[in-house]
Design a binder for this molecule. Structure first.
Ligand code: SAM
Length: 496
C-alpha cells in the first residue's frame, strides 16, 4: 500500500501572503507536449500533472525571488494559464503547498544557493508537510510500517522508485558510473578483492534485500561452480519484499531460501553464518528517544530505554557536549551488530552500509509514510570493537571506487520524467543515468524535455552519496590466510 499523503488545502491569497516573495523550485523539469502545452509534475504523484500554456510558464518564470505573490496575482490572477482552463489564481493558491512543491513563498529566501545544498531546509519542510508528522514517530513505528503497512504484493519497482530510493536501487542496472557494472556485481568484486571469498563462505545471509536485485546480481557475478556449496539466505521483515528477493535470488543462480524475521533478533544458531550483506536497513531499525534525565541518571523509563542506557554505560559511549532535552539513540542497529557477533562464525564477515553521521546524535529523515533515522557510526563502531570485531570504515563511493566527478541525471528529474513517460505510455525506470544512458532510454522524447540536468555523483545535491558509509566487520579467529603479493600475474607467497 502506498503511504497516505496529507492533502493540503489551497492557500488563501489575502493579507500577509500577498507581501511574500515567490521562488520557483530550482531545476524544475518540463515536458513540451504541444507547441503551447508544457507539463510539470507536482511532488505528490497522486495529483495530476500541471499543464501550462505560455502564460502559465511566464508566471512560473516570474517566481524569481523578486516578485511578490500580490504582484503575480495582479498580473496573472485572471488569466487562463493552461489547457485545463484554470486561471493564475488557482495555481498561485496551490503551487507552494507541500503536495505541489513547485515554488516557495517567504519573506526570506528558503536558504540560499542550491549548490550549498541550502534548499535542504525547504525540502525538509516539504517532507514534514508530506508525512503530516513532526519529529519522533515512536519506537514501534518502523516495525509497524514494514509489517503492517507494506502488505500488498510488490510486482513493480514503484515503492523503491518513489518512497525509499536506495543507492543499490539507483544502480540496479549496468551503469557507466560503476564501470559498466550493477551495484550487486561491483559489490561482489569488491568483497572478493577483500579476500572474503577465499575460502568460499558457505552460508551467506542478506538482510533486508528490498526487491532482490543485489541477490540476483551478486549471484550472476559468480560462475555456477563457484556458487556450488554456497547457500544464500534472504531475511526480511516485510513479507512481500521477501517473496521478490527469493525469486530474484533464483534468477541469480542461488537456491532461493528466505525467512521473514527481524534483524534485531536473528533466527540463527550461534556461529552459523559466514558472510552477512546489509544494504541500507539500519536507518529502519528501532530508534529510542532518551530524555536528558535518563541519560544523566542512567535509569530508563521503559525496558527498551534501560536496554539503550545499559549499552551506553557498558560501551562507555560519550554523552557529548551540552545535552538537549532529548536525543535519539540507534538501539536497533546496536542490537543488530550484537546479533552479528553471535551468529557469525570465527573468521566470518559482515558488510554494512547506510547513511549516517560521525558526531552528535541521529536526526530523523522524513520519507513518505515513515521516518528513518541517521546511523551514528562512532557509537556503532565503538560497540563493534567492544564486542570484539575488527572493523574498517569508509564512505560508500570510496568502497565502490566511483569517480566523484561522474555526471548523473538529477534523481528528482528522473522521478519527474517517469511521470511524464507514464502519461505517454513509454516505459522509463528511475535509476542513475549518465547523459548517454538517458539518450538511449528516451530517444526522440529527450529534446521535448526542458531542464534535464546532471550532477557530479559526489555532489550532495545528487543523492548525498558521501553520507553513505560502509562498515566492514571481521570476527577474529578464522583460519590464517596465505599471505601473497601479486606481480605480473605471479603470486609470491610469504613464508610467515
Ligand atoms: C531501505 S530498504 C533497502 C532495500 C535494499 N537492501 C536496497 O538497498 O535497496 C530496507 C529493507 O530492509 C527491510 N527491513 C527494515 N527493517 C528491518 C528489520 N528490522 N529486519 C529485517 N528487515 C528489515 C525492509 O523490508 C526493506 O527490504
Amino acid at each position: 500500500m502506498k503511504p497516505v499523503v496529507v492533502v493540503h488545502e489551497p492557500l488563501h491569497l489575502t493579507g500577509e501572503t500577498l507581501t511574500l516573495f515567490a521562488w520557483r523550485i530550482p531545476d524544475l523539469v518540463a515536458y513540451q507536449h504541444r507547441d503551447d502545452e508544457y507539463w510539470f509534475a507536482p511532488l505528490d504523484d497522486d495529483l495530476p500533472l500541471v499543464r501550462l500554456n505560455q502564460t502559465g510558464v511566464e508566471m512560473l518564470r516570474a517566481m524569481n525571488g523578486h516578485t511578490t505573490v500580490g504582484a503575480l496575482l495582479e498580473q496573472y490572477g485572471e488569466k487562463i494559464c493552461g489547457p485545463d482552463g484554470q486561471p493564475g489564481q488557482w495555481h498561485l493558491a496551490r503551487w507552494a503547498t507541500p503536495n505541489y512543491s513547485l515554488c516557495y513563498y517567504g519573506a526570506e529566501p528558503p536558504g540560499g544557493h542550491r549548490h550549498q545544498a541550502k534548499w535542504d531546509t525547504l525540502l525538509q519542510q516539504i517532507r514534514e508537510g508530506w508525512s503530516g508528522q513532526d519529529g519522533f514517530e515512536g519506537e514501534d513505528h518502523l516495525e509497524d510500517f514494514h509489517r503492517h503497512t507494506l502488505t500488498e504484493p510488490h510486482e513493480d519497482d514503484s515503492h523503491f522508485d518513489m518512497v525509499e530510493t536506495t543507492v543499490s536501487h539507483l544502480f540496479r542496472e549496468p551503469s557507466a558510473a560503476l564501470g559498466g557494472l550493477t551495484y550487486g556485481r561491483l559489490l561482489m568484486r569488491q568483497l572478493r578483492r577483500l579476500g572474503w571469498f577465499s575460502p568460499k563462505p558457505k552460508i551467506i545471509l542478506e538482510i533486508g534485500g528490498g526487491l532482490g536485485y543485489v541477490a540476483r546480481e551478486m549471484g550472476k557475478e559468480l560462475l555456477p561452480f563457484e556458487r556450488q556449496s554456497m547457500t544464500y539466505i534472504s531475511l526480511d521483515i516485510t513479507a512481500p519484499f521477501l517473496k521478490l528477493q527469493t525469486t530474484r535470488a533464483k534468477e541469480g543462480g542461488w537456491g532461493g531460501l528466505g525467512t521473514q524475521a527481524d534483524a534485531e533478533a536473528l533466527p540463527f544458531a550461534d556461529q552459523s553464518v559466514d558472510l552477512v550483506i546489509d544494504n541500507e536497513n539500519m536507518a529502519d531499525m528501532t530508534p529510542v528517544k532518551l530524555s536528558k534525565q535518563e541519560l544523566l541518571s542512567g535509569t530508563g523509563t521503559t525496558a527498551q530505554h534501560q536496554e539503550a542506557l545499559d549499552w551506553i554505560r557498558r560501551v562507555r559511549l560519550p554523552i557529548e557536549g551540552e545535552l538537549q532535552d532529548d536525543v535519539i539513540f540507534n538501539l536497533g542497529p546496536i542490537r543488530f551488530v550484537a546479533e552479528l557477533w553471535r551468529v557469525l562464525k570465527p573468521g566470518g564477515h559482515a558488510f554494512l552500509t547506510e547513511f549516517g553521521i560521525d558526531n552528535g546524535w541521529p536526526e530523523p529523515v522524513k520519507l513518505p509514510g515513515h521516518t528513518e533515522y541517521e546511523v551514528q557510526y562512532s557509537h556503532l563502531r565503538q560497540v563493534a570493537r567492544w564486542l570484539g570485531f575488527q572493523e574498517r570504515y569508509l564512505s560508500l563511493p570510496q568502497f565502490l571506487g566511483i569517480k566523484p566527478d561522474t555526471k548523473v541525471l538529477c534523481t528528482g528529474a528522473a522521478y519527474t520524467i517517469q511521470r511524464f513517460c507514464r502519461m505517454i505510455n513509454l516505459p522509463f525506470v528511475v535509476r542513475a543515468y549518465t547523459e548517454q544512458e538517458l539518450q538511449q532510454a528516451l530517444g526522440d522524447i529527450l529534446p521535448k524535455l526542458h531542464g534535464c540536468h546532471y550532477h557530479d555523483v559526489a555532489d550532495p545535491a545528487w543523492f548525498n552519496l558521501f553520507d553513505f558509509k560502509v562498515l566492514l566487520l571481521e570476527k577474529p579467529g578464522g583460519r590464517p590466510r596465505a599471505q601473497f603479493t601479486e606481480n605480473n600475474g605471479y603470486r609470491w607467497y610469504s613464508q610467515k
